[in-house]
Design a protein around this ligand. Structure first.
Ligand code: IMP
Length: 191
């Protein structure tokens, strides 16, 4: 059985990745605690690459990393790679976003998730990006999820991510769209 390092220390993310990868014969581990990687990239993919390569070289194993965030059309793609650093906490981030969009008609936005797989020597094996398109609503709705979920309504559903249960969100999300692209490539690599 092959080992795969997930370039995160977040146990929630590790669990989510294990679910997406359940059909593979893989022993899956989080990256070592002592490894710190600065997310200095200009794009989600830059950051996913930085994290995957660092974890792979550090452990001498294949490593998979992700980076994700929200891009709002009328804000020129902001908050983008700064999604988690846009303000101090989720509710302040949502307040700031709604204030920026006050009186703005174009509320189109998308979540993006980049995934990058690195060989133990730091060679990029493949990378994919999944998106989920929607609009930023004017008032938060729903109690589920995290981050910007209460203000992101998914196109064609009439529901924010926070109004969906976890199963519905994960069938539509940017992360699941990225994994749908990753899985056949991973299958070819492991076979
Ligand atoms: P990371 O890729 O886990 O570092 O996530 C970056 C940031 O993007 C998070 O802290 C959230 O603010 C935002 N984000 C990413 N994915 C989602 C999502 O599915 N729902 C809500 N916010 C998200």
């Amino acid at each position: 059985m092959k080992n795969l390092i997930i370039a995160t220390k977040n146990q929630g993310k590790l669990k989510e990745f294990k679910n997406f990868l359940h059909s593979f014969q893989l022993s899956i581990f989080a990256q070592p605690n002592e490894l710190e990687v600065d997310e200095t990239g200009k794009s989600f993919m830059d950051n996913a690459r930085l994290k995957a390569i660092a974890a792979a070289k550090y452990t001498s194993q294949i490593a998979l990393a992700d980076d994700s965030g929200l891009c709002v059309e009328s804000l020129g793609g902001a908050p983008g790679v700064f999604s988690s650093r846009y303000a101090n906490n989720d509710s302040e981030r949502i307040c700031k976003l709604l204030k920026e969009l006050e009186n703005i008609a174009n509320r189109n936005a998308y979540f993006a998730a980049s995934l990058c797989l690195s060989s133990p020597s730091g060679q990029i094996l493949f990378e994919v990006e999944g998106r989920c398109h929607g609009v930023i609503v004017t008032e938060p709705r729903g109690k589920n999820g995290f981050g910007y979920d209460p203000v992101f309504e998914v196109n064609g559903t009439g529901l924010t991510f926070a109004e969906m249960d976890s199963q519905q969100k994960s069938s539509l999300s940017h992360r699941s769209n990225a994994f749908k692209l990753l899985l056949p490539k991973l299958k070819t690599l492991l076979d």
